[in-house]
Design a protein around this ligand. Sequence first.
Ligand SMILES: Nc1ncnc2c1ncn2[C@@H]1O[C@H](COP(=O)(O)OP(=O)(O)OP(=O)(O)O)[C@@H](O)[C@H]1O
Ligand SMILES: [Mg+2]
Length: 266
Amino acid sequence: MADTGRLPAAGISFDGVSMTFAGVRAFEPVSIDVKAGSFVSIVGTSGCGKTTLLRIAAGLVVPSEGSIDLGGARPGMCFQDPRLLPWRNAMDNVTLPLELAGVSPDECQDRGIEMLRMVGMGDAWNRMPSQLSGGMRMRVGLARALVERPPALLLDEPCSALDEITRETINELLADLWKELGMTVLLVTHSLAEAVYLGRQVVVMTGRPGRVVSVHGIHLPSRNPEVRTTVEFAQALQSIYHDMTLPRPPGGIAPGSLAKHAGGEP
Ligand SMILES: Nc1ncnc2c1ncn2[C@@H]1O[C@H](COP(=O)(O)OP(=O)(O)OP(=O)(O)O)[C@@H](O)[C@H]1O
Ligand SMILES: [Mg+2]
């Protein structure tokens, strides 16, 4: 039986990370500490550098300045389009990273089916991507991102192509996976409601060039869907919206100030 217990979470530390493309500053130095096991959302106006920041965290892009430290961990990733291989069924998409890592076929099958069960796709393991809905494809993409048991998960607008109801079910799935597995999650989203509902902290960025303007600790009376109708939820949305639409402040937040918002417990 595959091991689906809690993952050893990794902290993610951005130290003065900035990016300049062809002489144009995409975003100013970012210094934030995402605590191991926390769930942090990043919101911000289009083009402020959210995706680039995640790509830097994933090791796909080298920053122009600064450094990123995941304690040597390799994160899992899932972006807006899970980019499943169309010629492989759900199971074979999920087990691909294991195959590439040389894991035995039997163990691949065990771990693949466990992950597919965790994301609610246990009965559809042999369906091809073309036979899956957008929500189902995202579930398979999440299973693939988690099958190697990464200590951190990077998500770039995973729900933005989904309808409202499907988005809510995937939000619940993300919350459940985080509680069950305990990995660190960094979620980029354009939905302030999604950011607040899932994140224990929300990092607010603005452009251009991009910069971090504030970090909000999110304290809600519960994490059930009904919490979206509470005053606390509305107040969190309002203060984040306020910061996103502020005129540019003279300076960004102090390096490491995210560390002050401890939290991180499911
Ligand atoms: N490979 C690249 N070459 C040149 N410029 C780039 C490249 N990638 C990103 N940029 C620029 O860097 C800035 C930040 O882009 P990024 O995609 O990170 O923003 P974003 O916050 O994710 O935007 P959105 O919310 O629209 O997804 C933008 O001005 C973008 O045009
Ligand atoms: Mg983006």
